[in-house]
Design a protein around this ligand. Structure first.
Ligand code: AMP
Length: 282
């Protein structure tokens, strides 16, 4: 396994891999790896001859007052996890390598980025689509893997790749959870033991919604009431959004079906957590 910090070195390595007929799989991350990232890496290992893990805490996707500086970082530990997952190359550029002086180009996906996290975090998706475009141009993967934990991000990236004719297959992977239901996230590291317990209200409310849907409830207003009640029962939780949207268009829905996305953003103390499910999934 090698670590590359330079954009040109990464591009040269990718070009050489393609010339020798090898396929490339890319897993883009912000590091502080957990089992969610590991599941993407495992699938990437299966799908590409060369497995590239990018680790870059991307400043342009953090808003003013968000946790860019505080975001957990541990490259030594990430290296060990990556090695264990069979990663061939870690691409970990310094910020100045990705955004050198004079930088002024951004990628913007329109309607899909307006609701949900796009509404709560203005400019966030512009940062995401810009950095993912850059990573795709640098690593030139045949396949890039993303988690459904960031459902809207996955939808936005699929849209961008289709709209801009990017020659890469986007693979979405299911959410990996702790045994008690908490979706794995690098930001879980911010939670105290008590807050971690409180954070279970997110996955609990998703389970409640799915059970209600399974029992035949199709009225979104009714499901929303129950989800809101589960989260309200947790004093440490403050709702950013609870939304029911079409899983493809992300347009709001009033009547639920199997493809209805329930997306949550909830603050536990100062930590903003997101989670989601499709009502029709197991
Ligand atoms: P991040 O490092 O948080 O930017 O995440 C990097 C990639 O890992 C993104 O595609 C995320 O959606 C994915 N990811 C993060 N947490 C999980 C999880 N619990 N299950 C599956 N994928 C995840």
């Amino acid at each position: 396994m090698q670590t590359i910090e330079s954009v040109v070195a990464m591009q040269n390595l990718s070009r050489a891999a393609h010339r020798s007929g090898r396929t490339i799989a890319l897993v883009p991350t912000m590091g502080f790896l957990h089992d969610g990232h590991a599941s993407l890496l495992r699938e990437g290992r299966r799908r590409g001859d060369l497995l590239v893990l990018s680790i870059f805490v991307n400043p342009t996707q953090f808003g003013v007052g968000e946790d860019f500086e505080a975001y957990p970082r541990d490259l030594a530990r990430d290296r060990a996890v990556a090695e264990g997952a069979g990663v061939d190359v870690i691409f970990a550029p310094p910020a100045g390598e990705m955004y050198p002086a004079g930088y002024q180009t951004y990628v913007d996906v329109e309607r899909l980025t307006l609701p949900l996290c796009g509404a709560s975090r203005p400019g966030h998706f512009r940062g995401v689509t810009t950095v993912v475009s850059k990573l795709l141009n640098i690593v030139q993967p045949d396949v890039a893997l993303f988690g459904a934990k960031d459902y809207q991000q996955l939808a936005v990236i699929r849209r961008m790749v289709a709209d801009l004719n990017m020659p890469v297959e986007v693979v979405g992977m299911p959410i990996v959870r702790e045994v008690d239901g908490l979706a794995l996230s690098s930001r879980n590291a911010y939670l105290s033991p008590e807050q971690r317990q409180s954070a279970l209200c997110l996955s609990r409310s998703l389970r409640t919604a799915k059970a209600l849907y399974r029992s035949g409830e199709r009225n979104v207003a009714t499901v929303r009431e129950r989800v809101t009640a589960v989260i309200a029962a947790e004093p440490a939780a403050a709702v950013d959004y609870i939304e029911f949207r079409n899983g493809d268009s992300l347009e709001e829905v009033a009547v639920a079906d199997d493809r209805t996305l329930l997306a949550l953003a909830v603050k536990i103390g100062t930590t903003r957590l997101i989670d989601n499910c499709l009502l029709g999934e197991e």
